[in-house]
Design a protein around this ligand. Sequence first.
Ligand code: XIL
Length: 438
Amino acid sequence: MSLLLATGTAVVVSTSAQAATTLGASAAERGGRFFGTAVAAGKLSDSAYTTILNREFNQVTPENEMKIDATEPNQNQFSYGNADRIVQHARSRGMQVRGHTLAWHSQQPGWMQSMSGTALRNAMLNHVTQVATHFRGQVTWWDVVNEAFADGSSGARRDSNLQRTGNDWIEAAFRAARAADPGAKLCYNDYNTDNWTDAKTQAVYRMVQDFKNRGVPIDCVGLQSHFTGGSNYPSNYRTTLSSFAALGVDVHITELDIRNAPSDAYRNVTNDCLAVPRCTGITVWGIRDSDSWRSGESPLLFNSSGGKKAAYDAVLAALNSGTPNPTTAPPTTTPGTPPPTTTPPPGGSCTASVTPGTVWGDRYNTSVTVSGASTWSVVVAITSPQRVSTTWSGSFSWDSSGSVMTVRSNGSGNTFGFTTMMNGNSSARPQIRSCSTG
Ligand code: XIL
């Protein structure tokens, strides 16, 4: 398969001969998407849990550990231990983190529940600033505001103490988050926003459109998609995804679970995301049925013993049959100077060759092929503020700056790859620092 980039350079994008065998690896091959899961810090000591987590997923969302009651239990006393444990677990394995969530009517600590007016507005903005600053550079996306619209036919904002501080509380939160972590993608996240004709979906759509028109910083919209736990999987779901995407935001399926995990619904949701180039990833809300907040409904992809359910096979098959690196992605920007195709190792005995991959408006893929060794370690430097958002076919670890990664062979062949978010620098490209054997 060859793609013509804006410069007229023909680039061969290699397609793997063998189908990917995990959700994260397959999603990454479908245009650099992620496939993630909610993670609970208390389960990181459960090896059955972490075995599946580490094998299958390339993105995590802390299930409760970044919520307001967890991170600021007393006003101006911040508590990050459990959230930091999840972030460390994820980032040391090359998984991207979605921060969830900075401003929400629910799971507020007692001190915040009893506040109102200017004091509450200021406390909320301080919370956004402090927490986004703490995780700066560690979190790829933030659910800045969660669930701010009412259910039903009104299309109104949800009544809450935050809403009563003034209708501009949402944009104020987004502006504070942008100032605190300019590299993070800022998302609005909600449920019952799946059916395109629902008043709630339309109301969120109009808010995002208004934010884009007025320059309020927003990069993405999350659809929780807790199906048949109050809302059904609608036949116009793909229209909802593509309509939001057409506003110029990425779209994510952020908390997917489906009562009784029917394979057809999971397959259709996956295909709907794959059909929309800016639907850049799916997160399921837990690993095994026993981990689910709706465990009585067995809504997830793994049974309580950790076995793959039929829905798992359906999702993986849908991912594997999706178009690799779809050419319907947003237009390419002009690539900068191509990186050297071969960098000799300093004293090592393997060679790492870079093949530039697809370039989208905001991100690009890179694959690296190692020759001369079957077990190897390659060091790659990324130019800040660019940041790697997805990885595949290697074992990735990072230095503390987040800009230098060491990639080790993990038995999945001699070619690894990754997606890099440009974050405003569209010309820099990854540099190979070294290739060593063993
Ligand atoms: C849920 C968690 O899964 C539970 O453990 C917790 O008791 C309540 O919150 N929408 C959201 C998530 O945005 O944060 C919620 O998570 C599920 C609904």
